[in-house]
Design a protein around this ligand. Structure first.
Ligand code: NAP
Length: 244
């Protein structure tokens, strides 16, 4: 029995890393999936990988920092999927890159907060509107173990915010049949951590001895979206390879 049979799911930032793994795991569990990211070409590969699994994915170019787009993008995903049961707010950034350069410390602050907090906040508002009206739905926010540790940098501050927002939104939406929860990974082998395919994941400082895999995070995302997690509200589940 597939655990997410027929669920209409949206995964943001699904062109690579953890989001890609969640999209594939959701499809393997019988969900219908919409994948989003800013870079159109990068979505082609994950759509092809989903097709190879027998899932015809909806593909949506959506910069979650452009908050005015949130409602329309979610409406479009809902229309093309035929519903909206689960939103995974996975898109996140830790630094700029060639396509999205950040000039200085203030630009890094704005960029990080615009994507990790403001974008996630308004995506949640858009999904909450739909899910409250239909009286069911699940929202899963990607926080970070860094959001429990505290550190004086924009990324950590933004993820601390995600942990608190997730808890508060869960309380607000629970009476309306909507479940909100989070995932707080430690280091995961993705581009965000500078990891490239084929590279070693060994990390002797971690009790597990290595970074977590995107697929291991995805299994937690499957659990949280499923009926098995029916009593989980507001928690951000930490999987940090035992990082003390
Ligand atoms: N990797 C880790 O060790 C780790 C640990 C804790 C938490 N996390 C969290 O897990 C999530 C995924 O991380 P990851 O390691 O998989 O990152 P990643 O490999 O860098 O992938 C990030 C994904 O998000 C998309 N994205 C970035 N900014 C976006 C925006 N403004 N709008 C829409 N999509 C956007 C990227 O595509 P485009 O660039 O094309 O938009 C890409 O698909 C993030 O929230 C991250 O903070 C990661």
């Amino acid at each position: 029995m597939k655990r997410l049979s027929g669920l209409k799911t949206v995964v943001t930032g699904a062109s690579k890393g953890i989001g890609r793994a969640i999209a594939l795991a959701y499809a393997a569990e019988g969900a219908e999936v919409a994948v989003t990211a800013r870079t159109s070409a990068a979505l082609d590969e994950v759509v092809a990988a989903l097709a190879a699994q027998g899932c015809t994915a909806v593909r949506l170019v959506w910069d979650i920092a452009a908050v005015s787009e949130a409602e329309a993008c979610l409406a479009e995903a809902k229309r093309r999927l035929g519903g909206l049961d689960v939103l995974v707010n996975n898109a996140g950034v830790i630094r700029g890159n060639a396509e999205h350069p950040v000039a200085d410390a203030e630009a890094l602050w704005d960029y990080t907060m615009d994507v990790n907090l403001k974008g996630l906040y308004f995506a949640c508002q858009g999904a909450a509107q739909v899910m409250q009206a239909q009286k069911h739905g699940v929202i899963i926010n990607l926080a970070s173990d860094a959001g429990f540790r505290g550190a004086p940098n924009p990324y950590c501050i933004s993820k601390w915010g995600v942990v608190g927002f997730t808890r508060g939104l869960a309380q607000q939406l629970a009476p309306h049949g909507v479940r909100v929860c989070g995932i707080a990974p430690g280091p995961v082998a993705t581009e965000m951590m500078g990891w490239q395919p084929g590279q070693s994941m060994t990390s002797p400082g971690l009790p597990l001895g290595r970074y977590a895999l995107p697929e291991e995070v995805a299994r937690v995302a499957v659990f949280l979206a499923s009926a098995d997690a029916v009593a989980v509200y507001g928690e951000s589940i930490v999987l940090n390879s035992g990082n003390p």
